[in-house]
Design a protein around this ligand. Structure first.
Ligand code: NAD
Ligand code: ZN
Length: 248
């Protein structure tokens, strides 16, 4: 067994409270491009231009061109081995919660039950003018979807410039500052305030295990074990190692 995988598995087995933080990278192998990689959706729709609340308020029709394409991609995506592995760790009682920046619902589809959606989700739509909410299925195929008051609806995801849902922020911080092990998977850890969570965990004494295709701003500073590679491979290897060490 790979020495780093073995160490990561032992940390998880020895921890009483483990939290996972995930970002767009965990869903790349499911076919959803992340922000930093070249090619695809985000080359045509610069998130700094399209994913801000200012852009949405000003030209919602234009932002919906991007949202429509993103919806098509997310609809086709299925959980990969990394999502499935985390769900399995939860079932084994070895992972207490996932706080994700993703809005793709893939953790829930993989079977994870305790998922904090730090940046909201794309399953509901909200009217910024009258606050009415809709299930996205009610408006399926309508572009741009409109509220009964006539205004264009916004998916309930957090755009740049919007506040994080207070309950998601409070609970993530509380778990980060009390966990004994933290898994950080597929995030560049540059989006504030999500990127505060790894530091909170480190300060509280948690062991930090990071999975990424490349080094991030965290790797040389707070990461204890860097598993360099694809999320699907590394998470599956860790789950297999945990099973082996438990004698399952
Ligand atoms: P990011 O694009 O900034 O970073 C992705 C990270 O994942 C990078 O560090 C990259 O090296 C790594 N990565 C890429 N493929 C990987 C793989 N197969 N295995 C392991 N690591 C891999 O993403 P972020 O940090 O999540 O921040 C971007 C913002 O964009 C977030 O706010 C997120 O909400 C949003 N976003 C969400 C989705 C989604 O819901 N799936 C997709 C794109 C962007
Ligand atoms: Zn309305």
């Amino acid at each position: 067994m790979d020495e780093l995988i073995d160490k990561a598995a032992r940390i998880i087995l020895g921890s009483k409270l483990t939290l996972a933080l995930t970002g767009a990278g965990i869903s790349v192998e499911s076919g959803i491009p992340d922000f930093r990689s070249r090619g695809g959706l985000w080359d045509r729709f610069d998130p700094e231009e399209y994913a801000t609340i200012y852009a949405f308020r000003k030209t919602p029709e234009k932002v919906w061109q991007m949202l429509k394409e993103m919806e098509g991609i997310v609809d086709k995506a299925r959980p990969n081995e990394a999502h499935i592995g985390l769900a399995e760790l939860e079932r084994m009682g070895l992972l207490q919660c996932i706080s994700t920046q993703n809005v793709d619902n893939l953790h829930q589809e993989a079977g994870s039950r305790d998922v904090i959606e730090y940046h909201g989700n794309s399953r509901s739509l909200i009217c910024l003018w009258c606050n009415k909410r809709y299930d996205y299925r009610e408006k399926k195929g309508e572009y741009p979807p409109k509220c009964e008051c006539g205004k264009i609806l916004k998916p309930d995801v957090i755009f740049f410039g919007e506040a994080i849902p207070p309950s998601a922020m409070t609970r993530s911080s509380q778990l980060a500052s009390t966990c004994q092990a933290l898994l950080i998977i597929g995030t560049s850890a540059v989006v504030y305030p999500f990127n505060v969570l790894p530091r909170q965990a480190k300060q509280a004494g948690a062991k930090i295990i990071e999975v990424n295709l490349e080094k991030t701003v965290l790797t040389d500073h707070i990461t204890d074990i860097f598993l360099h590679g694809k999320a699907s491979e590394k998470v599956s290897q860790v789950v297999s190692a945990v099973r082996e060490l438990r004698g399952l």
